[in-house]
Design a protein around this ligand. Structure first.
Ligand code: BES
Ligand code: MN
Length: 455
């Protein structure tokens, strides 16, 4: 008797699939906010129990922060290859909460999409992997290849825990291939495999001007306002052409090969960008094209500024302290820790007189990652995408980061591929994040096909 198709199985199990997806999304697994520690753990335990029921061997690897889930099914045997999959179950914070049209942890369907924090990044993408494995096991009683699965609980804070575990887990992680499934497409109708992501390093800078907040009338004109000192200091980080002025910042940036340049030759649709985001594409180094800027050049961004009074109404105050959060995206050959030090030194050196400056570099920096176009895993992934989309696959890059990716490829000694079904309109990290149910289905089909192709 011929096998039931995965499409038929998806159709038959649709209600269960959506129910389980919603259950997963209801856990507020926000890794960056300490008060959610219990909820993050509850989410990990739900996943662990779900996987245990599916003939997976499951371990929770504790870290100083949130645990990593490590699951494996090696029943295919030593003649078959081993695929290590990477996803994350933690999510970003929800603020500004008042901008959500439905509560972020109450999944809500509208126009064929599910709205919730994590609906796409990365629970939605983790979930289609889970369903693909479940349906294959249900239908065939076994997987076509050996599968190891690392589900991180700290990706959104740079995977500090998992990165300290890697040296101790070489044996467990050893694989032929690594699939990092936390990426997206350039266009939801066109299949794409990602060949590179940027790395990242993040820091806080704090300026202290005095021991107390002051009345801005009594002391204004005498005391040096830390808010002013901060904006002056931050302004010194870039020139008017968008180039970062920190000495040494670009020293290790490699020149693009002709091949890489060809891969970047997509048209950037400025109108579409403006339509999707409401923003003009005017940021970054002006001498480069928008895609070069996002995919191949390092950046420095101020992600948050605080100091003084920013609530309703008004308060005439000179604050004692002002602070900012800064991140740098790095490209191949740059060392994120080194870049962090360069920026920190510059901030300390350039700090205005009268200000005490402190810089705190966050743990969880990660290098840029590259996948090889010619590798077997990239080619198999592209083939799976082409079958599902019935269109030729694109090769793209992504400006965002998966900080643990290069270290995980190294620890597992495997060939890496980066992919996913995200779209730039999914609003990941923003209010009203969503993911279309159609892409959950496509994801299930791509993963099952990829496993078959690798066997
Ligand atoms: N899934 C994203 C990376 C991504 C972003 C892929 C956009 C495709 C399009 C990932 O979860 C992420 O957001 N990473 C963070 C890491 C950081 C907080 C340490 C990032 O890039 O900001
Ligand atoms: Mn994210």
């Amino acid at each position: 008797m011929p096998k039931v198709s995965i499409e038929q199985l998806i159709d038959k199990n649709k209600k269960d699939i959506i129910d389980d997806y919603f259950t997963f999304l209801k856990y507020p697994s926000i890794s960056s906010e300490p008060e959610y520690k219990k909820e993050v753990l509850a989410c990990a335990l739900w996943l662990r129990d779900y996987l245990k029921k599916l003939r997976f061997h499951v371990e929770l690897w504790p870290t100083e922060g949130h645990p990593t889930i490590f699951a494996s099914n090696l029943d295919a045997g030593p003649e078959k290859p081993t695929l290590l999959i990477y996803n994350h179950y933690d999510v970003q914070p929800v603020d500004p909460i008042e901008k959500w049209h439905s509560p972020p942890f109450t999944p809500t369907v509208a126009k064929g999409a599910v709205y919730a924090r994590g609906a796409q990044d990365n629970k939605g993408q983790c979930f289609y992997v889970l369903q693909a494995l479940k349906l294959l096991l249900k239908r065939d009683g076994a997987l076509p290849i050996n599968v190891k699965w690392c589900i991180d609980g700290e990706e959104e804070i740079g995977s500090p825990g998992l990165s300290t575990l890697l040296p101790k887990k070489h044996k467990e992680l050893r694989a032929d291939y690594l699939a990092v499934i936390d990426l997206g497409l350039r266009n939801v109708k066109v299949p794409a495999v990602t060949l590179g992501v940027r790395g990242i390093v993040t820091m806080d800078v704090e300026l202290t001007g005095g021991t107390t907040d002051l009345h801005s009338g009594t002391h204004g004109g005498i005391a040096y306002n830390p808010n002013h000192a901060l904006v002056e200091l931050l302004a010194s980080l870039r020139d008017s052409k968008g180039r970062v002025t920190v000495p040494g910042f670009y020293d290790d940036v490699s020149v693009l090969s002709k091949k890489d340049k060809e891969l970047l030759a997509f048209d950037f649709d400025a109108d579409q960008f403006a339509k999707d985001t409401g923003a003009e594409p005017l940021g970054g180094e002006q001498q480069f094209t928008p895609l070069e800027r996002a995919w191949t050049r390092p950046t420095l961004e101020i992600n948050g500024i605080s100091g003084g009074y920013a609530g309703a109404g008004f308060k005439t105050v000179i604050p004692a302290v002002a602070s900012a959060k800064i991140s740098c995206r790095v490209v191949p050959d740059q060392d994120p820790e080194q870049i962090g030090k360069l920026v920190a030194n510059h901030l300390k050196k350039a700090a205005p007189k009268g200000m005490k400056v402190s810089v705190h570099l966050h743990p969880g920096a990660g290098k840029a990652a590259r996948a090889s176009l010619k590798s077997k895993i990239v080619q198999a992934t592209a083939e799976a995408y082409e079958e599902v989309f019935q269109k030729p696959c694109e090769y793209i890059f992504e400006g965002g980061s998966i900080p643990i990716a290069p270290a995980l490829a190294k620890a597992s000694q495997s060939e890496m591929v980066l992919f996913g079904l995200g779209a730039s309109s999914d609003l990941i990290h923003a209010p009203n994040e969503h993911f279309s149910i159609d892409r959950i289905e496509k994801g299930i089909r791509i993963i099952t096909r990829l496993l078959e192709l690798l066997s």
